[in-house]
Design a protein around this ligand. Sequence first.
Ligand SMILES: Cc1ncc(COP(=O)(O)O)c(C=O)c1O
Ligand SMILES: NCC(=O)CCC(=O)O
Length: 434
Amino acid sequence: MSRNQELFDRARGVIPGGVDSPVRAYGSVGGTPRFMVSAQGAYVTDADGRDYVDLVASWGPALLGHSHPAVIEAVVEAARRGLSFGAPTAAETELAEEIRSRVPAAEKIRLVSTGTEATMTAIRLARAATGRDLLVKFAGHYHGHSDGLLAQAGSGLATLALPGSAGVPAPIAAQTLVIGYNDRAAVEELFRAHEGKIAAIITEAAGANMGVVPPAPGFTAFLSDIAHRNGALLISDEVLTGFRSSRSGYAGVLDAAGEHVVPDLIAFGKVIGGGLPVAAVAGRAEIMDLLAPTGPVYQAGTLSGNPVAVAAGLATLTHADEAVYRTLDSVAHTVAAEASAALTDAGVPHVVQWAGTLFSIFFGESVVGGVPDYATATSQDADAYGRFFHAMLGAGVSLPPSAFEAWFVTAAHDDAAIARIVDALPAAAEAARS
Ligand SMILES: Cc1ncc(COP(=O)(O)O)c(C=O)c1O
Ligand SMILES: NCC(=O)CCC(=O)O
C-alpha cells in the first residue's frame, strides 16, 4: 500500500473525510489525495517521495513559487523575534501601506487571518453603513464559509454539487439573494423588488471558484452604478484574484481595460499572506472607521496581524515586482496554449477562460461558446476533466482536483517544469477523450 493511502486511511479515523478542507479530498476526481511533505519552487513532494509540478500553489498564495528564499528568511527572522505579541507591530502598518499603494480603493485596511473573516466583516460593515440587511450574491461565487454566503456557492460546494450548507438558519439564508453572474436584468429586477432594502452586492472581482469566469466588459462598473444609485455598497472579493490577476489584482485588469471601478469594500487573502494565514478587509476610510475601536462594528482576532504571517506576506509582495507578473503571465499563457493545443489535437471540446494571469480550462461541448455563469459551468464535462487530471498526476503534474477551480502557476515555473507539463499533455488529452 502506498504511504499516501496509509496516511489517508489513518486520517479518516480522526479527521472528517481525512482532510481539513473539503477541496483537498479528491471528492469529484476520485482516488487518494497526495499527502505532501515538502514544497520547493514549482514542485511539491508527496509521502511516497514522488514530486509533482504544482498547479495548485496552495490554492493561490504561492505566487513566487514554494519556499521562496526571501520569504523563508523573513519568516525565520520574524519567528526569532517572537511568534505572537497580541499587540500592534510596525510590520502590520507596512503591509497595509503596501496593499494601499497597489490598490488605492483600499484607503484603510484591517488584517484578519482568513478570507472567510474578511468577507464576513465586509458584510457586517456594509449592513452597519447602510442600515439595511439584504445581500446580493452571484451563483458560483465563493466567499468563504460564513453562514450567509454558502448558498449556490462555488469551490468545494460546486465540486461536491451541494446547493448550500446544512446548519444555516433559514432566516439568515433568507438575507442572501442569489442570482446569475453577468446577468444585468436579474440585478435590476432585484433592486426593483427589494427597493431600499439591499445593503450590498458582493462579487468575486472575477469569478474563479467555478472555473475562471470573468465579468463581461462593463458588468462590474454596472454593479457599482446600480448599487450606488440605490444607496447600496459594492463589495469586491479579491481574495483569490488579489495581487495575482495583476500587480493590483483584478481591479488592475479592469483599469487596464479602461473600466475604472472603485468598490466600497474589498476582501483580500491568499497572496497577502504568502502561504501563512493573512487576509484583510479594506475600503473607504469612512466605512472602515466604523470598525471597533473607532466605530460600533465589532471585529477582532487573537492572531490577527500575526507577526510571522505578516512577514511572509510582506516579503511576498515586496518581491512580486513587474518582472514576477511578466513571468506569471508568460507561464500561464504557455501552459494554457499547450494544453489547449493538445486537447484540440485529441478532439476534446474545451474553452480556456482568463482573469488576468489566472486561467482555467472547461471541458465539453456545452462550454465551447464560453462560460458566462454558473449554469453553464455546471454543464461542463467534469468526468473528462477527472480523467485528464489523473493522467497528468500520473505523469508528475498536480492540477487542482476539481473542474471548478482555477489553475495556479507560480513565478518559479521554469523551462524544466513547463517541459514536464507539455510532455504530459498529449496522453492526458487522449485520456480526457476516451
Ligand atoms: C474569492 C474567495 N473568497 C473567499 C475565500 C475564503 O478564503 P479562506 O479560505 O481563506 O477563508 C476564498 C478561498 O478560499 C476565495 O477564493
Ligand atoms: N478556490 C477554492 C479555494 O481557494 C478554497 C480552498 C479551500 O477551501 O481549501
